[in-house]
Structure formats: structure tokens, C-alpha cells
Design a binder for this molecule. Structure first.
Ligand SMILES: Cc1ncc(COP(=O)(O)O)c(C=O)c1O
Length: 392
């Protein structure tokens, strides 16, 4: 059979760091080991019943068996606007300031292609969500990293960025609550971001994937709550985490009109729009009671406490995440993140994500997901206590 080589563009895509780790875990599972998988980011709870019921009802409606309108249904854009007003006090024009997405990932990967020309520069957080790199590669753009350091609470330090890079940069990705560090943003930081972006003509893309998950009574803030944010950027919201709808593929971008229209233009060429029944169910999720979101947040907070308190009781100096469903733990004993992840997998059959997979500034940390039950997290702590490095 002929072998058709992939294009140069496909060859330029970043390698999937975590694929080899998943393969290794699968080998352990095949051998019958009880692996505790804390390495991945897939919500473990089901979608709330009222959202599923809406999908079932809408799936039976023949209107939804036809093509959806290009750019999606007006009622979903209206629901997104209502959601932003109710949750964040932010006014959004549903006609011009909302684009419906096939999940946040699709939007994040599309945006560089919407705004950049080959060779343009994008500012990307390091450590960060690896899909940002995919968007950079597909746009044939250049990536300039913004280190996220513990001493700066994992916020980029704009003072250390060179004026040359800032003047070249056209786009900046930010993500708070942050994957992988669990850090949250402050209003002051977002205000500084608006100033910087405005001065340097940078479009800010704030990835608010974990917007619903904030601990210790603090609701994560939206970038659009800060004055002037809409002038310089957009926010990407997804229903994947807030409503356990990761498999449904639905999200939206809100904010700057010119960016929204660029996304819609690209999407007009790539897709029609999401299945109408998914759009109806998404509108239901955004506008119905948010009790399920509150309960989910409490569930993650309980799990966080079990994990962090348990690890601290072993003498491991760990920081509690303020949001997201990840804990970002400093690797003990001067091991690299991969060495430590291998020890956990090989000796106590726990999978975690080595920090280096999120960028060079992720070295020295591992990411642990709060996507297993409290009982499994307790079991993970018990197994870790058996490691030689923690033995008292
Ligand atoms: C930081 C971040 N952004 C975006 C996404 C994309 O989520 P989705 O495509 O399911 O909306 C994820 C998913 O893991 C994520 O961790």
C-alpha cells in the first residue's frame, strides 16, 4: 500500500508528551495492577440529569435533525450572555460578542489561525496547557514563553518581559484558574494585563476552562470583569468542567467583537455548527439552577483537602490549589518530575503527570488530578507513605 507522507504543517505539530505515559499505564493495567490514575484531566462525575433530559427531549425534535444554522443558534448565544451577566455582572451582546465553539480546545487552537500570519509571535504561559502549542504550530507562528514561577504565585511577571518581544507579540494566552498549577488570578493582575495589552496591541485570550472551580469561598474572576478587557481580548468558556460535559464538546468565546467575527469566519469554512440538541442542552445548563455547579465545587474542595492534608501528614511540603481540579506538587528529594512520576507508577502504581510535560518551567513539579473519589485519594496517600523517601 502507498504511504502518503503527512504535510510539513502536520509534521510541525508538537509531539504528545503524555501519550507515552498513558501507554505505560496501560501496560500496568493489562498486567492486572490496580493503578490509581491521577495523571489525566477527565471529569469523573456524570452530567447533571436536567441537562441530559433536555438533550433527550431535543434529540427527538426533527428540527434538530437538520443542519443547525451557521454560527449556531441565537438562543445559545443569548444563554451565554445571560450567564455572563448573572455570574460576573458582564454585559455581552449576544449578536456580536459570542461565538459558539466545539469545546474550548477548538477555539484555543483556531484563534492563532484567525489573527496571526506565519512568523508572528504568541505569548504562551510555561507551564501551560499543551494545546496552546498546537494552535501556535498550525498558525506557523513563533512562541515566546512567559514563565510561571511559584514566587510570583504562578502569574507571569510582565516586568521581566523584553520590550522587543512585547512589541512583536500579537496574541497572549492566559489561563486562570490555572492548569496545571491550580493558581488563580487577581483583579490587579488582570488590570495590569489590560494595560500591557493595550500599550502593545496584544490580543489577550483568557482560557476560563476552570472558571467554576474555586476554593475557600473564593469565586474565580472573569477577565471580562476588568475594565477595558473587552477592548483587548476575549474569554473562552467551556461547559466541559462546570457541568461535567467534556464528552459533549460545547463551549463559547465571549468578548472583543473583531476577534469573535474572525472566529466565526474561520468556523464558517470549517463546520456548520453543533448538533442542535447539544445547543439546547447547553443553553439549559447555563440558564437553569446552578446548584449542581456549587455541589461539584464542594466535591472537588473536599477531595483537595483529603489529598493535601494527607500529603502534609507525611511531611511533604505541598501547596493547596486555589482553583481548578489539579494540585501542583513540588517533587521531593531533588528528583526530576519524570523520575518521580516513574517511581510512583513503578513502586506504588499511581499515575501523575510530570511537570516537564507542561513546559520547561514545569520541571520540579508533578500534577495530580482531583478526579478520583476521596477513598481513592486516601488510598493514594497511604501508598505514597510506603515510599522510602517518605518513611519516617
Ligand atoms: C486549561 C484548559 N483549557 C481548555 C481545555 C479544553 O477543554 P474543552 O475542549 O473540553 O472545552 C482544557 C481541558 O482539559 C484545559 O485544561
Amino acid at each position: 500500500m502507498k504511504q502518503f507522507p503527512p504535510s510539513n504543517l502536520l509534521n510541525s505539530l508538537p509531539k504528545q508528551f503524555f501519550a507515552s505515559l498513558v501507554k505505560k499505564v496501560d501496560q500496568y493495567l493489562e498486567q492486572g495492577y490496580d493503578v490509581i490514575n491521577l495523571g489525566q484531566g477527565n471529569p469523573d462525575q456524570p452530567t447533571p440529569g436536567h441537562i441530559v433530559a433536555k438533550l433527550q427531549e431535543a434529540a427527538a425534535n426533527p428540527v434538530n435533525h437538520k443542519y443547525s444554522p451557521f454560527q449556531g443558534h441565537k438562543y445559545l448565544k443569548q444563554a451565554a450572555a445571560e450567564f455572563y451577566l448573572r455570574e460576573y455582572g458582564v454585559t455581552i451582546d449576544p449578536k456580536k460578542e459570542v461565538a459558539i465553539l466545539f469545546g474550548g480546545k477548538a477555539g484555543l487552537v483556531e484563534i492563532p489561525q484567525c489573527l496571526l500570519n506565519p512568523g508572528d509571535t504568541i505569548l504562551v504561559p510555561d507551564p501551560g496547557y499543551p494545546d496552546y502549542w498546537s494552535g501556535v504550530a498550525l498558525a506557523q507562528a513563533e512562541m515566546a514563553i512567559m514563565p510561571l514561577r511559584e514566587k510570583n504565585h504562578f502569574l507571569p511577571d510582565y516586568q521581566e518581559m523584553s520590550p522587543e518581544i512585547l512589541s512583536k507579540a500579537k496574541l497572549m494566552f492566559l489561563n486562570y484558574p490555572n492548569n496545571p498549577t491550580g493558581a488563580t488570578a487577581t483583579t490587579e493582575f488582570f488590570e495590569d494585563t489590560v494595560k500591557l495589552a493595550s500599550k502593545n496591541d496584544i490580543c489577550v485570550v483568557h482560557d476560563f476552562a476552570y472558571g467554576a472551580i474555586g476554593f475557600d469561598g473564593k469565586k474565580p474572576i472573569s477577565f471580562l470583569q476588568v475594565e477595558g478587557a473587552k477592548d483587548v481580548g476575549i474569554e473562552i468558556y467551556t461547559l466541559s468542567k462546570s457541568y461535567n460535559m467534556a464528552g459533549w464538546r460545547v463551549g463559547f468565546a465571549v468578548g472583543n467583537e473583531s476577534v469573535i467575527s474572525a472566529i466565526e469566519l474561520l468556523q464558517d469554512h470549517l463546520y456548520v455548527s453543533l448538533f442542535g440538541a447539544v445547543q439546547e442542552a447547553a443553553a439549559e445548563a447555563l440558564t437553569a439552577s446552578q446548584e449542581c455547579v456549587k455541589e461539584l465545587n464542594q466535591l472537588y474542595e473536599r477531595r483537595r483537602n483529603v489529598l493535601i492534608d494527607g500529603l502534609r501528614s507525611l511531611g511533604w511540603d505541598v501547596t493547596a490549589p486555589k482553583g481548578s481540579f489539579f494540585a501542583w506538587l513540588k517533587v521531593p528529594n531533588g528528583l526530576t518530575s519524570e523520575e518521580f512520576a516513574n517511581i510512583l507508577l513503578e513502586q506504588v502504581h499511581i499515575m501523575v503527570a510530570p511537570g516537564i510535560g507542561f513546559g520547561q518551567y514545569g520541571e520540579g513539579f508533578v500534577r495530580v488530578g482531583l478526579l478520583s473519589s476521596e477513598e481513592r485519594l486516601r488510598e493514594a496517600v497511604r501508598r505514597i507513605s510506603c515510599l522510602e523517601i517518605f518513611e519516617k
